[in-house]
Structure formats: structure tokens, C-alpha cells
Design a protein around this ligand. Structure first.
Ligand code: BES
Ligand code: MN
Ligand code: ZN
Length: 498
């Protein structure tokens, strides 16, 4: 899907379809008024007939209006003008692309006259590109017959009053972020027998070639040399070899400390000896979505050529039961030297992340953010709307929350406090890998990770509820690529964290 800006009015632009907005209280946007005037009242008539309600989600197609250059006019309901939100904006774009119909290849759309408080043309263009791309995303790589019933829009033309460099820049950013999110979705949706740890390593290498990232892929021997005993304990039961993937993007001076993104890359989580119940276990192929979001974010950052240094660190392996698998009660030594009693082999994400987090110290990072489908408890707490944000640094947390809002990729802050640490007490090792069942599971997991992140500013995103959808819409969401990309855009704009 391509995106362009064009200086033209809605009535004069020639496209397969031109989309304009109208509000639920009968108020027309400027573009809708122009169409109405040119067509001698066609819009007013559509409103009067009751077809065009202006309500959110309502879309009415008018054809061959006199005085209008495009053969189709799509009237998009924006809802009440004083209730028009950021999300309503993105929803209206999605509705436009979905309602365009099979005959529409190029869709012109006027959005600059949609009343949004505090959002500029760059934001509008960026959000438009992301929302439109999301609507046409398909996973049919492994289908022998490709899906052929979705929207066919190939080009979106954003109408502007005058040449608008901010809108052009916003489109470019939106496309880059959408490309990053699409990569994360694609990898997330691939099954465990295709998307193995080695496959993730190869994908990182390819990404490196295409976008000039420095990529290193470490195998089991290298991981042993690094003394990542906790990471290795998770991969023990599996025949598929583990990988530690490091990918570096240099957009700023070498002297500028990097932001390190650490991703959980469990390519299948059966629970190990603490085996999960069978229902919906297939969804545990999505347990590498944190890793996928790291690669997706790197892609977006590289395409935007952001002036910031970013390093992705991914710990990738499977969690399977077998005669060689780690058993409940086993005690392992992490790279940090701290020992861990593995009371539940299904709490494996923290076991691989803790070693990746220790590894991150060597980069002397400005900040480290880990991204993980870490706990079912986070899904209980926040559902599939907000990612759980845990941070030991308030300013880092605030910046991430701000980025989350701007990106329409919401996150909600949760606590990481000393008092919870008690739950991780072990009689036999420095700590246990789980706390008391049913008590603040997402917080306990974050508190476990906090023990390995004392050397730098750290935040943790638990994306267990937000990385994929279940049911008929089953599939990876590409989150939190938009959140992370927006955060890094801000970091680049202010010249990095000090
Ligand atoms: N990958 C899961 C977390 C998960 C579960 C994400 C369901 C999304 C949906 C993780 O490895 C896990 O199994 N966590 C356990 C931890 C428990 C044993 C302390 C969980 O949440 O049940
Ligand atoms: Mn697990
Ligand atoms: Zn897991």
C-alpha cells in the first residue's frame, strides 16, 4: 500500500473514491461541505434520508455526484464532534479502507479538517498510515490459496490545503512503524515448527543485511561460555538449539549510550515439566512476540533513520518437557551469579530474560526495556487493552506512558516494590522463580527481573494480553512496536537520554 499527499480539494481530486467525514450532530467537515456545495446538496440529502448518520462506524457510499471529480464519495461517520478522540480518528480510517469496496484502488481522504485537540498534521498522517496498513494486513504465507476477500486499496492520497512537509514526514514515519509492526505480526503468527530460535536468528541476520544493523547470533556453546545457566536451564528439554541474538542500530554518535531492548523469544511454551493444560496451547507459539517486537522496532527505527543508538538482545529457545528437561526443584546459577530454585518450569520467561538483562550491562545503556509475554496474571489484571508497564525509574516510565498514548498502543503502570520481594524467598537458593499462587503474579515476575537490573535504568513491558488476539481474530497484533517506535522517536528528537 502506497501513501501520498496531494494539494487538492475533495470535490476536485480525481481518485476511485474520495472519503470525507461528518459528525453525528449533523455538522459537516469542510471537505464534506465542499462536496455538498459542488453536488448541490447530495450530502445533505444523504443525511436527511437517514442513511448517513454521522455515527462512528457509519459509512455511506454515494456515486457519480454531479460536480465531483471522483466517481465515489464515501461519507464517514466520526461520531459527536466534541467526543472525537484519537482512537475515533484511527477507527474512521480503518472504516474508510474497509468500506472502500473491491473496485477502489486509490482512495483519497481528507482528514486535516477532523477536529482533534493537541494533534498536528504529522500525527494525523502517521496514524492514518498505520491504521490503513493494519486494515489490509494478511497472514496467508502458509496458505496454498491466498485470501482474496479483503480491501484492495493500493494507494491512499492524503488531501492537504497546501504543501505540507509535516504530513509528508508523518506518512513516512507511519509507513516505517507499520512495516515494523507487520514484521512483528508475521513472525508472531508463524508456527513453532517454522519460527524456531534458529529461524529468528536468520531473520535477524536478514534484517541486518537489509538495514545495515550489526547482528551477532550466538549458539549453545557461546551461551555456555557466557555462563547463562538460567537461560540454558529452559532449553534443556528441547531438541531445537537455543539462540542469543544481538542486533545493533547506530544512528547517533558512538559516544551516545544506547537504549537496549530485550525480547523474550520462547518459540513455543508448553510449560515444560510443569506442563500447561491442552486447551489453546497452540497460542503459546506467540510466546516469542516480545522478541518479534524488538526486531520490528529495530526495522522501524532503521527505516526512519532515527538519530539514536538502539541494541536489541533476544533470548530464544523452546520450553518443552523431556528426559533432559529441568525439573521442579532444580537449582540453576544465572549469569549474574545469583542462584534460582526453579519451582515451576512454566515460569520460564523470567529465567531466560534474567540472563539477557545481565548481558545488557556490557553496553552501558542509557536505559533497558524488556518486552515479554510474561504472565497470565497480567492478562487477568489488564485484559487485552493495556500492556503492563513496570519500571524502577519514574521519568522512564512517564516517557513510555506518553509514547503509548501518542501511539494508540496503551500501557498501564504497575508496581515494582521491595515489599513484594518476600514472595520470592527460597530455602535452598538465592531466590525462587515463582511467588504464592494467585497473588500479584505479574508484579512478582517483574520483581524477579528487577533483581537483575540494578546497573541501569530499567522498564519492563508485560505484553501477555496485548501481543496477540484469540478467537476468530486469532493473530499477532504487532504491539508494542508503535509504543517503542514513538518512544525512540522522542529520544532521537531530544538527542538521547543523558
Ligand atoms: N508465556 C506464559 C505467560 C502467558 C500465559 C502469556 C497465558 C499469555 C497467556 C509464561 O511463560 C507462563 O507460563 N507464566 C506462568 C507463570 C506462573 C507459572 C508463575 C503463568 O502466567 O501462568
Ligand atoms: Mn511459561
Ligand atoms: Zn512463556
Amino acid at each position: 500500500m502506497e501513501f501520498n499527499t496531494k494539494v487538492a480539494t475533495a470535490d476536485a481530486v480525481k481518485a476511485d473514491c474520495v472519503a470525507v467525514g461528518l459528525y453525528a450532530d449533523g455538522e459537516l467537515t469542510a471537505a464534506a461541505r465542499r462536496i455538498d456545495a459542488a453536488s448541490k446538496g447530495a450530502v445533505a440529502a444523504a443525511v436527511k434520508s437517514g442513511d448517513a448518520t454521522g455515527k462512528r462506524g457509519n459509512a455511506v457510499m454515494l456515486r457519480n455526484l454531479p460536480g465531483v471529480a471522483s466517481p465515489r464519495v464515501l461519507l464517514l461517520g466520526l461520531g459527536k464532534s466534541d467526543e472525537f478522540t484519537d482512537k475515533a480518528f484511527a477507527d474512521a480510517v480503518r472504516t474508510a479502507v474497509r468500506s472502500a469496496g473491491a473496485g477502489v484502488k486509490d482512495l483519497a481522504i481528507s482528514v486535516s479538517d477532523w477536529k482533534l485537540r493537541g494533534r498536528d498534521h504529522a500525527w494525523q498522517a502517521r496514524t492514518l498510515a498505520m491504521a490503513a496498513r493494519e486494515t489490509v494486513f494478511r497472514t496467508d504465507e502458509l496458505k496454498s490459496k491466498k485470501d482474496d476477500n479483503g480491501p484492495r486499496v493500493a494507494q491512499i492520497v492524503l488531501l492537504t490545503d497546501a504543501r505540507d512537509a509535516h504530513a509528508e514526514q508523518g506518512l513516512k514515519e507511519g509507513i516505517a512503524i507499520a512495516n515494523g509492526a507487520a514484521l512483528a505480526k508475521r513472525l508472531g503468527n508463524l508456527p513453532g515448527n517454522v519460527c524456531t530460535p534458529s529461524y529468528l536468528g536468520e531473520q535477524a541476520r536478514e534484517l541486518g543485511k537489509e538495514w545495515k544493523l550489526g547482528v551477532e547470533v550466538f549458539d549453545r556453546k557461546d551461551i555456555e561460555k557466557l555462563k547463562m545457566g538460567s537461560f540454558l536451564s529452559v532449553t534443556r528439554g528441547s531438541a531445537e538449539p537455543p539462540r542469543l541474538i544481538v542486533a545493533r542500530y547506530h544512528g547517533a554518535a558512538k559516544s551516545q549510550a544506547p537504549i537496549v531492548l530485550v525480547g523474550k523469544g520462547i518459540t513455543f511454551d508448553s510449560g515444560g515439566i510443569s506442563l500447561k493444560p491442552g486447551a489453546a496451547m497452540d497460542e503459546m507459539k506467540f510466546d516469542m512476540c516480545g522478541a518479534a517486537s524488538v526486531l520490528g522496532t529495530l526495522r522501524a527505527v532503521a527505516e526512519m533513520k532515527l538519530k539514536v543508538n538502539v541494541i536489541g538482545v533476544i533470548a530464544a529457545c523452546e520450553n518443552l518437557p523431556s528426559g533432559t528437561a529441568t525439573k521442579p526443584g532444580d537449582i540453576v546459577t544465572s549469569m549474574s551469579g545469583q542462584t534460582i530454585e526453579v519451582l515451576n518450569t512454566d515460569a520460564e520467561g523470567r529465567l531466560i530474560l534474567c540472563d539477557a538483562l545481565t548481558y545488557a550491562e556490557r553496553f552501558k545503556p542509557a536505559a533497558v526495556i524488556d518486552i515479554a509475554t510474561l504472565t497470565g496474571a497480567c492478562v487477568v489484571a489488564l485484559g487485552e487493552v493495556n500492556s503492563g508497564l513496570f519500571a524502577t525509574d519514574d521519568s522512564l516510565a512517564d516517557e513510555l506512558l506518553k509514547a503509548a498514548r501518542v501511539a494508540l498502543d496503551p500501557a498501564w503502570r504497575m508496581p515494582v516494590e521491595e515489599d513484594y520481594q518476600e514472595q520470592l524467598k527460597s530455602n535452598f537458593a538465592d531466590m525462587a522463580n515463582i511467588g504464592a499462587p494467585g497473588k500479584a503474579g505479574a508484579v512478582i515476575a517483574a520483581c524477579f527481573l528487577a533483581r537483575f537490573t540494578k546497573a541501569y535504568k530499567w522498564a519492563h513491558l508485560d505484553i501477555a494480553g496485548t501481543a496477540w488476539k484469540s478467537g476468530s481474530a486469532k493473530g499477532a497484533t504487532g504491539r508494542p512496536v508503535p509504543l517503542l517506535a514513538n518512544f525512540l522517536m522522542k529520544q532521537a528528537a531530544v538527542g538521547g537520554r543523558q
